[in-house]
Ligand binder design. Structure first.
Ligand code: MSP
Length: 642
């Protein structure tokens, strides 16, 4: 029986971080779990490399888009290798097989009458690659808050409106199609509002898959990206997917657009879509601007991948938002891994070494522990199957405490002293057999550590061969010789380890920046002051004449991709002529009427034959496009900034 699951394919305009790792680690855990349940599992992930954002990020780095995405795509792939994730297919949207799949898919939709040509003018969020319905020029994107841009273009349209009833019927007939339930309700409410046809090609963008025979159209990124789920397994005959694992912010694309596209093309739809919550950092959204993005590899280097996997799946209720912090990570590690599972393993194995010469004694063990183990297997698997990892792990850890208590109550050391050999053997067999079952049961979540405990229990074969039927009590063979006992989860000193992880984080950030081509900030970036402190005085600052201006006109500068020629009113007799390097981030029409900040006393200079009488102030984002400084309150033209 096959089981095909996917993660989203990640955008290549930024380097991987713990949020991406969260989804991919969970997918890997599900893969291992399904494998244990006897499925032939395929896990696909990949990179989403087209679209304006990527094009602009590449441009900002002075690289050709494909060169740029080559680097980041390889970085994602490398990340999953470092974390030991068992990825079967890694699909890039820039791969030739994918372009073919997308074009064939388009033709199938076209031939079936679900695609037509039309003109569209609308507000578009280039970061989310989506038009914002009902937005006016200048309105921000409701999802990310960034300014939208006005775009008019000839598009191919997809008749999404034709699928409204069929989608609602799907959600109704198959209540598990979208999980969790709360997200399903959101999607139903969205579809009930009415669906508009969707533009699925662009002529304003170059960096995309060309629509064959229809130059200069390229495919809309989501029409392109969703098809990686098919192109990734083109040769495996694995479609439809059994599970698309995604973050909640991209549910609409998966639960509304994707089934409709597939139906139009006459193809089967995926079986299930699970939208998980957001991983926050100390309860705050992770973002580049806040500088609070955490990467997975420094955690791996200090505590091991399993510590991260356990934390993510135990601490965060899958489906809900959850928070990462170094403190909480160490706390979980020490209480559950070092003191819980690690302690049960080292204690049990040490007792067998001391009392039984390192050989597993004869069973059958204690009936109550056997019963508790059977109940734990059933209940934790039920939770895991519902993707409720946190609850499943909690159940397993309850068994660990039960066995711990049992060992204390039976006090094997006393049994040994009093010569109760059968009592001793039954106690130790129970502890070891419970340890075997727990180890196998947690192996999808803690693959590295489980493998170590497994070998210590004396197994020559790997856990890969274990199936659910092997989780039945009584299968640990007496006479099996255990290996030398070494602690699998040494206790972590919080202060030292957190320090190490933070240092690793800084190093990883610097490495990623270098990889992306962002030079580390030079030490003497701040203007040198006379006293060498890098600070300036107020007298220095007021030399810069910053003014509120209003854009009166804006147009592209011929032959210069990055430049716009603006006329900006700053309250003088004539608007200033200003040439600004913001063309990659703003459409000229979207700027007209907008208030901006101008450096008014810069010496004029000539750019491409045009005189620039000042400078527009914008935030310069690493790896991103410039963002104009703006005001929330209304401000009069010409006002000075001090
Ligand atoms: N390229 C699209 C997906 C196309 S799928 C056909 C995309 N890419 S992304 O790089 O932005 O990745 C988004 C996914 O990364 C989320 O849906 C989620 O799986 C994961 N996450 C990224 N940051 C995350 C958090 N902070 N928390 C949880 N998951 C996060 O959207």
């Amino acid at each position: 029986m096959k089981y095909y699951l996917t993660t989203p394919i990640y955008y290549t305009n930024a380097a991987p971080h713990i949020g991406h790792a969260y989804t991919t680690i969970t997918a890997d855990a599900i893969k291992r779990l399904k494998h244990m349940q006897g499925y032939d599992v395929l896990l696909a992930t990949g990179t989403d490399e087209h679209g304006v954002n990527v094009e602009r990020a590449a441009q900002a780095m002075g690289k050709a888009p494909l060169k740029y995405t080559d680097t980041i795509s390889a970085e994602f792939r490398r990340q999953w290798e470092i974390l030991g994730l068992s990825i079967d297919r890694f699909q890039r949207t820039t791969a030739p097989n994918h372009a073919k799949v997308v074009n064939e898919f388009f033709r199938a939709c076209y031939d079936a009458g679900y695609v037509y040509k039309g003109n569209y003018t609308g507000q578009y969020c280039i970061f989310d690659n989506a038009y914002v319905n009902d937005a006016k020029p200048g309105d921000p994107c409701p999802d990310c808050g960034r300014p939208t841009e006005t775009i008019t273009e000839e598009n191919f349209y997809f008749k999404l409106s034709a699928f409204q009833e069929r989608l609602l019927k799907l959600y109704d007939d198959e209540p598990d199609f979208i999980q969790p339930e709360s997200r399903r309700n959101e999607v139903i409410a969205f579809v009930k509002q009415g669906l508009r046809d969707l533009s699925i090609s662009r002529t304003t963008i170059k960096w995309g898959i060309p629509v064959e025979g229809h130059a200069p159209h390229v495919f809309y990124v989501w029409f392109d990206a969703l098809n990686t789920y098919r192109s990734a397994v083109e040769k495996d005959n694995a479609w439809p997917a059994d599970l698309h694992l995604i973050g909640k912010e991209i549910l609409r694309f998966h639960a509304v657009f994707w089934p409709a596209f597939l139906w139009a093309a006459g193809l089967p739809i995926p079986k299930k879509i699970f939208a998980h919550g957001w991983l926050l950092f100390e309860n705050d959204k992770m973002s580049k601007s806040k500088g609070n993005i955490v990467r997975a590899t420094p955690i791996k280097n200090v505590l091991g991948t399993d510590a991260l996997r356990y934390f993510l799946l135990r601490e965060v209720v899958f489906g809900q938002d959850g928070s990462f912090s170094y403190d909480a990570l160490i706390q979980r590690y020490n209480s559950d891994l070092a003191n819980g599972l690690g302690n049960l393993a080292s204690r049990t194995l040490a007792m067998i070494q001391q009392n039984c010469g390192g050989t597993i004694p004869a069973g059958p063990g204690d009936p109550e522990i056997a019963e508790a183990a059977a109940a734990t297997v059933a209940s934790s698997l039920e939770s895991f199957n519902a993707f409720n990892f946190s609850k499943g792990l909690e159940t397993i850890w309850a068994l660990i405490s039960t066995v711990d208590k049992f060992i204390v109550e039976r006090a094997p050391w006393k049994l040994a002293k009093s010569g109760d050999i059968d009592g001793l053997n039954q106690t130790l067999y129970s502890a070891a057999e419970a340890l075997r079952i727990v180890t196998a049961l947690v192996s999808p979540i803690l693959p590295e550590s489980a493998a170590k405990i497994w070998a210590q229990l004396g197994y020559q074969t790997t856990l890969d061969a274990i199936r659910v039927a092997d989780l039945k009590w009584g299968q640990l063979a007496s006479g099996q010789t255990i290996e030398a006992v070494t602690g699998v989860f040494p206790r972590a000193d919080a202060k030292v380890m957190i320090e190490q992880m933070k240092e690793g984080e800084a190093a990883e950030l610097a490495r990623q920046k270098e990889m992306l081509g962002v030079a580390p900030a030079p030490a003497a970036a701040a203007p040198a002051a006379a006293d060498g402190s890098g600070q300036i005085t107020i007298d220095d600052f007021i030399k810069v004449d910053l003014r509120v201006g209003q854009v009166k006109s804006a147009e592209k500068v011929k032959g210069a991709d990055k430049l716009l020629h603006l006329h900006v009113d700053i309250g003088e007799a004539e608007p200033r002529s200003i040439v600004a390097g913001i063309a990659t981030a703003y459409e000229p029409e979207a700027l007209v009427g907008r208030k901006v900040v101008i450096v008014a006393n810069l010496a004029p200079r000539k750019l491409r034959g045009l005189t620039s009488q000042g400078m527009v102030v914008a935030a310069s984002l690493e790896g991103g496009s410039p963002v104009l400084a703006a005001f929330i309150e209304d401000v009069p033209v010409g006002a000075r900034l001090k």
